[in-house]
Design a protein around this ligand. Structure first.
Ligand code: SF4
Length: 489
């Protein structure tokens, strides 16, 4: 019986390196690794050793035969990835596919390499992968800083509370908080003194600003950035309560965050009790008037930004409807496109927006429809959106802007307002100053993508250290003792 990878896969590839028969793909050195929704076990090659399940930081891997309920489909999803693939032919374009990769030798540091004092700003995945790399592969001492009083960043305040397996990766990261060479400082704003007190600083501060839509009414009260809603249900200290007195909420965007918000707002509150959902948010959801969440997508179902596991989870709840207002939508779903085909079997209806939402709670996916304006005088009353027969008015009491994130300027660092990132080369802003995660590469890729990203950044930092480009100082006051640093000139 083979193993299978399921819904919560974070694609950080911890499983790939432990598989004795190289049957988990795509691997980080294969072409589709950067774009895949998840990794897959080849059932024909798996020898059922279970090593991957032990290594998985989010408990996403199980014996395929043990899968039940909504996870059952993942046995087929894993097998499908390999079905019909001519392994040998594919190996000519992706040489590592089903073959052992060429031997890789990790970084080699000089035998006299000095221990570094490095500050890492941000306790989310990118920061923690950088910390892990520094602590496990160098003798560095790390000062880990977060402006919030609770560590965890995106894992704590961004991952949906009803995804406990995904949140579990936070435990993997947290084991470094007590490392003897790590000093954790929470509730501290990063300032210029960091650079003066450390050999290098890595900023892994994420990207939490909502991408602006550029439509009239965007700033009306009741128009909320996705981070405000996600922060609210995750108990972020800066998040204000979200008013749920409206019957309909429109979410603009089709990424996983948009679907998370739609799922939480339409869930049976009883099913959320016992999750990490903030108690105040749960109380508000219990008295929520929201009956319908409309997910508004500019493009068609073949171009939706959500991942397959996220859509399957929402569809499995049985309250997902496709607005069939545009004939292109049905054609795409019934055609050959793999992504659009995920919507096969879901109810389709042409939604009459002037009518109130039906009883119960549901999510409506409306594709090929862009917001033209958010309407209302003193607060949001609806969204005017495009359609094949002209614009329609979708009455709504709240609008959530979930069409992407962007980074905010970091004091003292250069900033590219076009991309919302800190300009860098392989994570290096300048010798001694580095970035990792979304503030480095933009808001793309899930948790696992930060592993390779952080590794690249740490690689640049070590390269600079070896080349003598860092200003190494002795800072007995930081660690209360003179660090064992061999001075480099
Ligand atoms: Fe590889 Fe063993 Fe996992 Fe099968 S069970 S995918 S052989 S690590």
């Amino acid at each position: 019986m083979a193993f299978a990878i399921t819904q919560t896969c974070c694609a950080d590839a911890s499983c790939v390196s432990v598989c004795p028969v190289n049957c988990i793909h795509p691997t980080p050195d294969e072409p589709d690794f950067g774009t895949t929704d998840m990794l897959y076990v080849d059932p024909a090659t798996c020898i059922d050793c279970g090593a991957c399940a032990d290594a998985c930081p989010v408990d996403a891997i199980f014996p395929a035969g043990d899968l039940t309920g909504p996870l059952k489909v993942y046995e087929e999803i894993n097998a499908e990835y390999y079905a019909g693939r001519d392994i040998l032919a594919e190996a000519t374009v992706a040489p590592n596919f089903h073959r052992w990769s060429p031997p890789e030798f990790g970084r080699v540091l000089p035998s006299d390499f000095a221990a570094l004092d490095v500050a890492v700003v941000g306790t989310g995945p990118a920061g923690m992968y950088a910390v892990e790399d520094l602590l496990l592969h160098t003798g560095s001492r790390v000062t880990l800083i977060d402006r919030l009083a609770t560590a965890g960043g995106l894992i704590r305040y961004g991952v949906a509370p009803d995804h406990p397996s995904t949140k579990k990766i936070g435990e993997t990261f947290a084991r470094f908080h007590d490392h003897p060479r790590l000093r954790l400082r929470l509730g501290v704003e990063a300032g210029p003194e960091l650079a003066a007190r450390h050999d290098a600083v890595i900023y892994a501060v994420g990207a939490t600003e909502a991408r602006r839509l550029g439509v009239p009414g965007e700033d009306l009260p009741g128009s909320l950035p996705a981070a405000a809603v996600v922060g609210w249900y995750n108990g972020h200290p800066d998040a204000a309560p979200v008013d749920l007195s409206a019957e309909r909420v429109v979410v603009v965007g089709t990424g996983n965050v948009a679907l998370d918000i739609a799922r939480i707002l339409t869930a049976d509150p009883g099913s959320l009790a016992g999750t990490s959902l903030a108690p105040a948010a749960l109380a508000r959801l219990r008295s929520s008037k929201v009956r319908e969440v409309v997910v508004l997508a500019r493009r068609g179902p073949e171009d939706a930004a959500y991942t397959r596991p996220e859509l399957l989870e929402l569809a499995a709840r049985g309250n997902l409807v496709v607005d069939a207002h545009d004939p292109r939508i049905g054609a795409a779903i019934d055609g050959g496109d793999e992504k659009a085909a995920l919507l096969r079997g879901l109810p389709r209806e042409v939604v009459e927006w002037s009518a109130p939402p039906p009883d119960g709670r549901r999510v409506v996916l409306r594709f090929h429809s862009s917001p033209v304006a958010f309407t209302g005088d003193t607060e949001i009353r609806g969204v005017r959106a495009t359609g094949p027969a002209g614009e329609v008015e979708i009455p709504a009491g709240r609008v959530v802007r979930a069409a992407g994130f962007r980074g905010a300027p970091v004091p003292g660092l250069p900033f590219d307002p076009g991309t919302g990132t800190v300009p860098n080369t392989a994570g290096r802003v300048e010798p001694g100053t580095y970035v990792a995660g979304w503030i480095k590469r933009g808001p793309s890729g899930g948790i696992g993508a930060n592993k390779a990203c952080a590794r690249e950044t740490v690689g640049s930092l070590l390269e600079d250290a070896i080349a003598g480009r860092l200003r190494i100082r002795r800072r007995a006051r930081i660690f209360g003792r003179a660090p064992a640093v061999r001075q480099r000139s």
